[in-house]
Design a binder for this molecule. Structure first.
Ligand code: ADP
Ligand code: ZN
Ligand code: ZN
Length: 733
């Protein structure tokens, strides 16, 4: 070849296209280099890109082509299978290829760090015979960090890796060293020996059926929904399948939502398998993250466990994919590259031709629908008889309570009784996806949009009602339009107001509020959980943060302050979320010894969905909601893409989206409906006003075709005052 080859790179810029560069004369670039990192001059900076194509010629005039600067790798950082998934994601999520790559690579690799690391694998820590006999509660109060780690290691005599300990306990090193000085714990660099591993459990028939089904399909794409309540033995199913996969010399990818990635979960993997486990989550340092990533890519870690972004980890020998708590919204990235790790995992399993298990006690309606359509194998683990405790559930009719009273007389009564027994109480407020609306306490009228199947949202400042679907505005009525009663109630309460009322009602009780405000400090959540476990808290007040993962063995009463938040959500997924949280929260009440009670406050005690959920359970509820979705043309029966725009003023954001809408309408693509633009339910965030335009279609392909056209013109339609983004399959509208 006479001419030096043209390098075609993906660069981290908002532009979709690849960028052409000349290779320096002494580089010998071939197809083998596709997937390597190359530094190039771009405008006035140096950018790092990934080589995606090697071409003989370019459309750019030769004198305008710049020469690449540095070749960072001898072997590709991303192999063809990784690139295939990345290409798909860039098309499906309408996000520029170069930016997709930048967001899936570990930060150190983006920064040009070499693909090798000399730091050792995470250390193992073990309890010593001496340490086994120390009672952690005897330690002085100021040593509570030591007491906590000591008890964790006592519970896990085979040892835990430092990475695992760090999940629950920020920066454990110093505390571990202090314990080591006292001779209570020991550092082990060797792997655990085979004798200390815990053997697989004999499976019950439902578990055995699930394991057999999947193990018969280990060498093909085989999507399954593993549907079983907490404690029904899903993790045991994962473990036994992973065992088979490892025995074949392959790798397992296990995804977990952030909050559930606790030492207990990872500890079980470490107790079962004598192999390196690569852990990937947001609390790792950049070096630790790169180390795990490289272990996975080299195939030295047969098991990779991680949160959302772990779905991108290169796994040359992928043999199975597991997505635990598949319904969890934290799998969806909410800004920038808005991917769903669950959906990417599905695509990944399909490309790799391996089984994928979606596990949940409350499967998403999307997954239940796919199971009904026979796209997924539906494997059900029934509850284990005898062990599961069913809490008793009390519905409290809030219409009979004095106005503005947040805690009903009945709930106060239950709280008093449980306080007297010195048991813990958890009060839960569902604020997620919740927007204030008007409700008539007399006749149950709610403010509805006449154009949409959506509730109107009340805006306190200007006293108007607005539809966040189509954007119409109307004055808030002073009387109920149906029954003329003045008894209109605004639905909306926060954790702080509840805390305040509790303090007045129960001055002696020790009350702790847990929400995203009170846990902003890095260590705060840990300290609070510690306080709870030490029994220093009587009443816990919190948002959905409390509903997931954490085990509070002394909680016997769970109160849901206002379940209507979900029933009255502007988001069509509001009821689904409400039900998932309800099942999770109710599950927090009571253990084997102390039967639990659940008190639910509602202004809608006769609400059909709520009663169905309570009396017939999640699946009966899901059937009704799926029928509603079908009748109202919502996903999974239609597809949605949300165009978001943020700006310093509402008008700018709305005007921009109106221009986009006009442009879209001129394209004349049939089968796509455009809703809005309208302000987002939470209109102002961090001084930016947020608006959105919703695109809806029966056919995924039509919708994506339209958005592809828009994607090309959006950068030129937007002024620099506008920040915009495309959210495919949005979770929150
Ligand atoms: P899930 O993941 O659905 O919450 P787990 O797999 O964690 O359920 O199981 C819950 C508990 O039941 C665990 O303590 C586990 O050790 C135990 N368990 C699971 N399967 C079996 C089995 N087949 N026999 C006995 N105990 C089991
Ligand atoms: Zn009324
Ligand atoms: Zn409307």
């Amino acid at each position: 070849m006479s001419n030096p080859p043209i390098l075609r790179l993906a660069l981290p810029t908002p532009l979709q296209s690849l960028f052409d560069y000349l290779a320096p004369a002494d580089w010998h670039i071939t197809e083998q280099h596709i997937g390597t990192r190359i530094q190039v001059p771009f405008r006035k900076q140096v950018l790092m890109g990934i080589l995606l194509e090697v071409a003989e010629s370019s459309n750019i005039p030769a004198q305008k082509l710049k020469t690449a600067l540095n070749l960072l790798d001898n072997t590709p950082v991303l192999n063809p299978a990784d690139l295939q998934l990345i290409h798909w994601a860039s098309r499906y999520y309408h996000y520029p290829l170069g930016q997709v790559i930048a967001s899936v690579l570990p930060t150190l690799l983006n920064a040009g760090h070499p693909t090798r690391l000399d730091s050792p694998p995470s250390e193992y820590w073990c309890i010593t015979p001496k340490g086994q006999f120390i009672d952690p509660t005897d330690l002085p109060r100021q040593s509570h960090r030591q007491a906590y780690l000591l008890s964790l290691l006592q519970e896990n005599p085979q040892g835990l890796s430092e990475t695992t300990l760090a999940l629950d306990f920020p920066n454990p090193r110093k505390t571990l060293q202090a314990l080591q000085k006292r001779g209570w714990v020991n550092q082990q660099t060797v792997m655990r020996d085979a004798d200390s591993l815990s053997p697989p459990l004999p499976l019950n028939p439902a578990q055995a059926h699930a394991v057999t089904q999947i193990s018969q399909h280990l060498d093909q794409f085989y999507p399954c929904l593993l549907d079983g309540v907490t404690g029904s033995g899903k993790t045991e199913v994962y473990l036994q399948l992973i065992q088979q996969v490892i025995q074949q010399g392959k790798q397992a990818l296990v995804l977990v939502p952030e909050i559930n990635l606790t030492p207990q979960m990872l500890g079980r993997f470490e107790q079962r398998f004598n192999v390196p486990i690569a852990v990937l989550h947001s609390r790792l340092s950049p070096k630790e993250r790169l180390y795990s990533w490289l272990q996975a890519r080299a195939g030295t870690a047969p098991i990779v466990i991680g949160t959302r972004s772990a779905v991108w980890t290169p796994l040359p020998q992928l043999g199975i994919v597991i997505v635990d708590e598949e319904h969890d919204p934290s799998y969806k990235q909410q800004e920038g590259f808005c991917y769903s790790a669950r959906d990417v995992a599905m695509m990944r399993a399909q490309y790799a031709k391996v089984p994928i298990l979606l596990g949940s006690a409350t499967p998403s309606l999307d997954s239940l629908y796919n199971a009904q359509q026979q796209r997924y194998q539906h494997l059900i683990l029934p509850e284990r008889a005898g062990i599961a405790v069913h809490p008793s559930i009390h519905l409290v009719d809030m219409r009979t309570q004095p106005r503005q009273q947040i805690l009903s007389t009945a709930l106060q009564h239950y709280i008093r009784a449980h306080l007297a027994k010195q048991q813990q109480i958890l009060l839960f407020i569902n604020r997620r996806g919740y927007a204030p609306t008007l409700l008539c306490l007399n006749c149950q009228w709610t403010a509805h949009c006449q154009h949409c199947d959506a509730r109107l949202t009340y805006h306190e400042a200007s006293r108007y009602l607005r539809c966040h679907h189509c954007g119409i505005i109307q004055a808030a009525p002073k009387q109920c339009p149906d029954c003329q009663s003045n008894n209109l109630q605004l639905l909306g309460q926060g954790t702080e107001r509840v805390e305040e009322q509790l303090q007045q009602l129960f001055p002696e009780a020790r009350i702790l509020r847990i929400d995203s405000d009170s846990t902003r400090r890095k260590q705060a959540m840990f300290d609070m959980l510690e306080q709870i476990h030490r029994g220093e808290v009587d009443i816990l007040v919190g948002t959905q943060m409390l509903a997931k993962g954490h085990h509070f063995p002394n909680v016997t009463l769970v109160g849901i302050i206002n379940i209507d938040g979900g029933l009255f959500s502007v988001d069509f997924r509001g009821t689904e979320r409400m039900a998932q949280l309800f099942i999770q929260v109710a599950g927090r009440a009571g253990r084997a010894e102390n039967a639990g009670e659940v008190v639910i406050q509602t202004y809608q005690p006769t609400h059909e969905l709520l009663n169905c959920l309570i009396s017939k359970g999640y699946h009966a509820f899901a059937d009704i909601v799926l029928k509603e979705r079908q009748q109202t043309d919502y996903p999974p029966y239609t597809r949605l893409i949300l165009l978001r725009a943020d700006s310093k003023t509402t008008r700018l954001a709305l005007d921009f989206l109106r221009t986009v809408k006009d442009y879209a309408q001129q394209l004349n693509i049939t089968g796509v409906e455009l809703w809005g633009p309208a302000p987002a339910p939470m209109e102002k965030r961090a001084n930016y006003y947020r608006a959105h335009l919703l695109l809806q279609a029966q056919q995924r392909s039509t919708l994506h075709y339209l958005v592809e056209q828009l994607q090309n013109v959006l950068p030129s339609l937007a002024t620099k005052d506008i920040r915009w983004g495309i959210d495919v399959d949005p979770l929150d509208l």
